[in-house]
Design a binder for this molecule. Structure first.
Ligand SMILES: C[S@@+](CC[C@H](N)C(=O)[O-])C[C@H]1O[C@@H](n2cnc3c(N)ncnc32)[C@H](O)[C@@H]1O
Ligand SMILES: [Zn+2]
Length: 296
């Protein structure tokens, strides 16, 4: 954790201000082991450089024990690489480059990467900073963040990234805390919860701040969309996948929340290949890969 982030944190339990209480271990400017306390005395730990907001009294979270086990992320990454169709891989790379170019050009100081996962986007960002922003990388998976942190340290030891293990349904940040929020395939994975997290993103973004939102877009006018709906309902209890995959509906959600400007940067267009990792795009069907640029 970097001290600069202390300013924008609020307690995920009571919403009061949070302060760094104890620092047991530092590496340069980064706090590796320590504690945080809110004004109402809820206590959290910084472990292995990562803020852990899995507060034990928070009963709303699913059983998190599994997230603490060390897992073979090397193999997980390799497996995902091997199973991702080539056309998607190409679009993912282009989207990543495009998002990083915007962040570099605008020289944003405070950036949140939401649902960082395998930190694919952050690795690219860390590689070539022309400035040194404060980045927050957020994911529920503590072990994944721990792994990502080590990996990114090797790419650029100077990158100032604060890793926070917490629930995106309860973002522990003040209003207007960030200049830019990046979602690298984060929102679509949130399924039913994505509009709620988009709404929270509005709250924590400063005026004129940007959301950079990577999407795979399809048309719900085609016959096959009904098939997609039944697969999403059966597998994920998600009867309306159009709210994460149809451009007009996604933009409608952003508009309703209050965002003021919308741009769809089309990265590419192709036909879905066999893909066991995701249900969208469907095999044999047309899709677009886009970065949505949404201004508050
Ligand atoms: C498919 S990934 C998004 C892709 C990611 N940006 C990447 O570059 O790999 C979705 C991530 O959401 C995280 N996630 C799932 N539920 C969450 C929650 N309630 N709060 C925070 N993160 C969550 C998962 O741990 C996973 O890492
Ligand atoms: Zn509190």
């Amino acid at each position: 954790m970097y001290k600069e982030v202390e300013d924008i944190l609020v307690c995920p339990i009571c919403g009061s201000k949070i302060n760094i209480r104890k620092v047991y271990l530092k590496e340069g400017e980064e706090i590796i082991e320590g504690t945080l306390n809110c004004e109402k005395n809820h206590k959290f730990y910084i472990k292995h450089g990562i803020i852990d907001f899995h507060y034990k009294e928070n009963k709303n979270l699913p059983n998190l024990a599994q997230f603490y086990f060390e897992r073979d992320f090397e193999n997980i990454n390799l497996n995902i690489e091997n199973k991702t169709p080539n056309n998607l891989k190409k679009f993912q790379n282009l989207s990543k480059q495009y998002m990083n170019a915007i962040v570099q050009k605008k020289k944003y100081k405070n950036i949140l990467d939401i649902a960082s996962g395998r930190s694919i986007l952050l690795e690219g960002m860390a590689e070539k900073f022309s400035h040194n922003p404060n980045i927050v990388s957020l994911d529920l998976n503590f072990a994944a963040l721990k792994y990502n942190r080590k990996k990114i340290k090797k790419i650029n030891p100077k990158a100032k990234i604060t890793y926070i293990a917490c629930d995106y349904l309860n973002l522990p940040f003040k209003n207007s805390a960030f200049d830019c929020i990046t979602s690298y395939y984060g929102f679509p994975n949130m399924a039913q919860s994505s509009p709620r997290v988009m709404q929270e993103s509005y709250r924590i973004l400063r005026r004129k701040g940007l959301v950079l939102d990577t999407r795979i877009l399809v048309s719900d006018k085609d016959e096959y969309y009904n098939q997609l709906k039944s697969i999403a309902t059966a597998n994920m209890n998600f009867p309306n996948p159009e709210i994460v995959s149809v451009e007009q509906l996604i933009l409608q959600i952003y508009k309703k929340i209050g965002f003021s400007e919308f741009k769809n940067e089309k990265i590419g267009e192709s036909i879905g290949e066999f893909n066991e990792l995701d249900i969208i795009p469907m095999q044999g069907q047309k899709f677009k890969s886009s970065v949505l640029i949404i201004k508050k």
